[in-house]
Design a protein around this ligand. Sequence first.
Ligand code: PAF
Length: 283
Amino acid sequence: MEVSETIESVRNMVRAAGRQGRKIGLVPTMGALHVGHISLIEAAVKDCDFVVVSIFVNPTQFGPDEDLDNYPRPFEADLEICRKAGVDVVFAPAPQQMYPAENLSWVTVEKLTEPLCGRGRPVHFRGVTTVCTKLFNIVAPDVAYFGQKDAQQAIVVRRMVADLNMSLEIVVCPTVRESNGLAVSSRNQYLSEQQKQDATNIYKSLQTCRRMIDAGVSESRQIIAEMRKMLQQVPSIEIEYVSIVDAETLESVDKIAGTVLVAVAVKIGSARLIDNILVDAGT
Ligand code: PAF
């Protein structure tokens, strides 16, 4: 496995692989790799002939009061995970390499970035879409892999790729959960054992929603009230949002029909945690 810190060297390696007719897969990450990332890497290794994992804690997607400085960076452990998973190249640029000067060019996706996480994190998606565009331009992958846990991110990136005629496929892999239902996330590291236990109420609230929809309840307001009640049973949980939205447009739905995205964001201690499920309520 090669480790590349420069745009030039990763480009050279990918171009050489492309000349041999190899299918290029990219797994964009911010490091602190866990089983969720490993599932994306495994999908890439299975589908592609040459797999690049980028490890870059992208400063432009963090707001001023967010956890950029504290974000975990266990680089050697990440490399070991990539090596074991069969990655060909880890691209790990320094911030200077990706943003050598004041950044004046941004990629923004309208509408889809406004609700849910966009409300509380106004610069987040602009940072994500800009860095993903940069990574897609640098690596020129045939396929890039994202996790369903960051559902809004996956929808936004997919829309950007379609709107801007980028020539790659976006694959979204299922959320990986602990045995207690907690969605695996790099930010779970910020939680104490008690807080991890408290956080299981997030998935429980999503399951409550699924059960209510399956039982025929179609009023979002009623379901959201039940979910909030469940989350509020745990005093350490501070709710940011509980939303039921159309799975494509991300617009709120009052009466549930078709496929909806049920999404939750909470704070527990210093950790901001998100989770979601897709529910097909039929017509
Ligand atoms: O999901 C992430 O880890 C990041 O948002 C991404 C896609 C690597 C962009 O920095």
